[in-house]
Design a protein around this ligand. Sequence first.
Ligand SMILES: NCCC[C@H](NC(=O)CCC(=O)O)C(=O)O
Ligand SMILES: NC(=O)OP(=O)(O)O
Length: 312
Amino acid sequence: MQQFLSVSDSEDPGSLVKKALALKKDPFGNQIGKNKTLGLVFFNPSLRTRMSTQKAAMNLGMNVMVMNIDKDGWKIETHDGAIMDGDNQEHIKDAARVMSQYVDVLGVRTFPALKSREEDYSENVINQFVKHSEVPIISLESATRHPLQSLADLITIEELGIKKPKVVLSWAPHPRILPQAVSNSFLEWIKITDAEVTLACPEGYELDDQFIDGVTICHDQDKAFEGADIIYAKNWSSYHHYGQRLEVKQDWTITSDKMALTNNGKFMHCLPIRRNVVATDEVIDHSIVYQQAKNREFSAQVVLLEILERMK
Ligand SMILES: NCCC[C@H](NC(=O)CCC(=O)O)C(=O)O
Ligand SMILES: NC(=O)OP(=O)(O)O
């Protein structure tokens, strides 16, 4: 693997799931990362991605450097050709090139601004890193995708051992407007499995066509939940009415009553989760979200391993 920005960067993404499960059994068996350094650049907050990716790198014997560029760096200009006489102090092309000289692999987290769909879906920030970095780039969640999360989700689903699982990706309420990245990415990855996938969301919350191709869309949450094996909950803001908050009449919070409609379904969420807004305490406390979060370590480890193996 040369880089990891989406499912299409792996020739055989299904094999990553199996290799990750093997790493989970023997995390320290391969020290290929000795004398190699991973850099992690954060434009946004993170708990799981930060810690699981550092742990994954340490499992392989790597050193890790973390740069919270939004807090500790100069203010970054992201537009090509900008006349930098305003607040922004350092151009992304200079920052990316320089940081890449200190490390062997570079991870980048960058959220969308949710103001312009064209700007966000152009993936300008992470693509500038790809363009100007001298080393492979790993997405730690970009404007439109979160592949390390989706790979961990697939590892978790594989561990459940359900044949042809009925999976529902359900929209849920949230006090803020959030990116579509986790949901887009989940749909892009779940397609490589034999799962039957339904997207449950209020009208106006359908995702970009490139992600929902082949997915059943259901605007009735109760109906979607009937017989489901897995409920993957997430809030996302409207793709079609970009950056807007649409009126939603029904209550989409996931409760135990709704989970009772499923086939003893497992509840998944990438975290962080707004308790008693996205889902009730009872649902979260009986869920597999911690198993899912633990698997972030092995999704990151298998990706680092594949990248390091290619560099040998
Ligand atoms: N990395 C996992 C999710 C990150 C982000 N969630 C958030 O920003 C939630 C913040 C809050 O609850 O205010 C998202 O939805 O893409
Ligand atoms: N799920 C996830 O990516 O969490 P963080 O935003 O805390 O890294």
